[in-house]
Design a protein around this ligand. Structure first.
Ligand code: ADP
Length: 481
């Protein structure tokens, strides 16, 4: 199949969060199954153009406000299928990726979405499937649906829209959509009235098939609590909504070959991992104590990630002998809360408020456990990476965390789960973790089982392949949107 894969970020070119990981690795896994996959991302200035040396392939125009905006298409790759970068006036050439307002991001991502479709025409690449991801690419899905009967080029293209994080919607883009020739249409009547100009809504209402990144999240977003106003449309379209777990790039995330680690190791040489804990303690200024239970965090610092329930219990964790290491950036209030821990507990808490992939690897490979207390978590990659690196996840039972972690109390346990979204439930989970940690053999079993799980992309890529066929079937049988 010919697959056009659209995302606002793709590792290693540009990555802010899990979406970047997915867009970096899923196309590669699909290409290995024999598909012709082309990934298109915005050609931000933040990308290291020197390193990836994209070459210019095409120039074309995107219709805008009665005139045109010039777009350019650049081709590069990183150990996989082709990746195209789109540049043009709304795509920032400084270090910015996501802006703070719809005034900036609306035109940016509508232009990007439409330019990606125009790029197909310029390349004469007629996709069987347009796989669009998150709100930034909703306009591409809508454009195909709006013009299916009039635009022969995309007439047989099915659209698949994947929800990576529902509450991010790109609301308030109506004016920009109109300028780019995407006016409201009756098919958007499925959406709540106040959300018909949300770029996410365009995808939810008009994709031939919807997916999200875990089976549990697929159920949660159909409830008023998890649906952020979109549960109605998702319930109405539940026969077209599927949950497919993300994988991780097991080549890049491999503790046996990771040269950032002080001491590479694998499942059969788990005892070597201790050297990474010592190195982590050393380079974060923590006391060199092999027995202290070192709890780690690698996270965007966002309301979603559960720091409001974690911050109140962390002082007690440290006072009762635990150590704590965190890496993350984002919300200033959460940054402040974490930074105060380091100030309050020198030598027992270390906090780095930045985006630092090598340091994240040292935490995954050296901390005893990784804390993920998310309020909601569509899939989550940190728990999978942690398990692969022998870090035991302590996580809230929600979304993809529930689908990938088995509690220590259940057969095949590989982590510690808690249910309630409150500090008491989290504190109880930490106490349970501490008890298991004290039983060395039991803890090592948890680590081994986590490391033994297959988090590669193969299974998920095969599921996407089947869903692509299903979507193509709808369009060819006249049951497309
Ligand atoms: P989300 O997409 O909501 O941020 P995920 O768990 O799906 O959460 O993916 C997070 C990804 O970003 C993981 O690869 C994680 O290691 C990485 N990450 C998060 N924060 C940082 C940071 N401060 N430095 C380096 N990597 C980070």
């Amino acid at each position: 199949m010919k697959i056009l894969f659209l995302a606002a970020e793709a590792s290693p070119f540009v990555k802010v969060g899990g979406l970047g990981d997915v867009a970096g690795s899923l196309p590669r896994a699909l290409a290995l199954l024999g598909h012709d996959v082309r990934t298109v991302i915005p050609g931000y200035g933040a990308i290291d153009w020197q390193r990836f040396r994209p070459r210019r392939r095409e120039r074309f125009d995107v219709a805008h406000a009665g005139g045109f905006e010039p777009a350019q298409l650049w081709e590069t790759t990183s150990d996989g299928p082709p990746v195209y970068l789109v540049t043009g006036p709304p795509i920032p050439m400084d270090h910015r990726i996501y802006g703070g307002s719809i005034e900036e991001d609306g035109p940016k991502f509508i232009f990007f979405s439409l330019a990606a479709l125009e790029a197909c025409r310029a390349l004469d690449f007629r996709p069987d499937v347009v796989h669009a991801n998150d709100w930034h690419t909703g306009p591409a899905v809508y454009r195909v649906a709006l013009h299916r009967s009039s635009d022969g080029f995309f007439r047989d293209s099915a659209t698949v829209f994947t929800i990576h994080n529902l509450p991010y919607t790109g609301l308030g883009a109506g004016r920009f959509l109109a300028e780019y020739g995407l006016p409201p249409s009756p098919v958007l009547g499925l959406l709540p009235e106040g959300a018909r100009d949300a770029l996410l809504g365009l995808g939810l209402a008009t994709a031939d098939l919807l997916t999200t990144v875990s089976p549990t999240y697929a159920r949660e977003i159909q409830t008023p609590e998890g649906g952020y106003g979109f549960d109605g449309v998702l319930r109405a379209r539940s026969d077209r909504l599927h949950g497919v777990l993300n994988g991780i790039d097991t080549q890049s995330w491999n503790p046996a070959t990771d040269d950032v680690l002080f001491q590479p190791f694998d499942q059969t040489s788990l005892e070597l991992r201790q050297a990474n804990k010592t190195a982590l303690q050393e380079n974060t200024g923590l006391q060199l104590d092999p027995h202290a239970f070192l709890l780690g965090v690698v996270s965007r610092l966002d309301g979603q990630k559960g720091f409001d329930i974690a911050l109140p219990v962390l002082p007690r964790w440290i006072e009762t002998g635990g150590q704590f290491v965190a890496l993350g950036s984002g919300d200033p209030g959460i940054e402040h809360g974490l930074a105060s821990l380091e100030l309050g507990f020198p030598g027992r808490a270390s906090v780095r408020l930045q985006f630092d992939p090598p340091h994240s690897r040292r935490i995954y490979g050296g901390a005893d456990a990784i804390l993920i207390p998310s309020r909601y978590e569509p899939c989550g990659l940190t728990q999978m990476i942690a398990m692969r690196y022998g870090g035991v996840p302590i996580a809230r039972r929600t979304g993809g965390l529930a689908d990938t972690i088995t509690d220590v109390g259940d057969p095949g346990g590989n982590g510690i789960l808690f249910d309630g979204y409150d500090s008491g439930s989290l504190a109880h989970a930490l106490d349970r973790a501490r008890r298991v940690y004290a039983q060395r053999e039991e803890w090592i079993e948890l680590q081994r089982r986590g490391m033994g799980r297959d988090f590669g992309w193969d299974r998920s890529a095969t599921q996407y392949e089947a869903l692509y066929r299903e979507a193509v079937g709808y369009v060819r049988n006249g049951a497309g949107v």
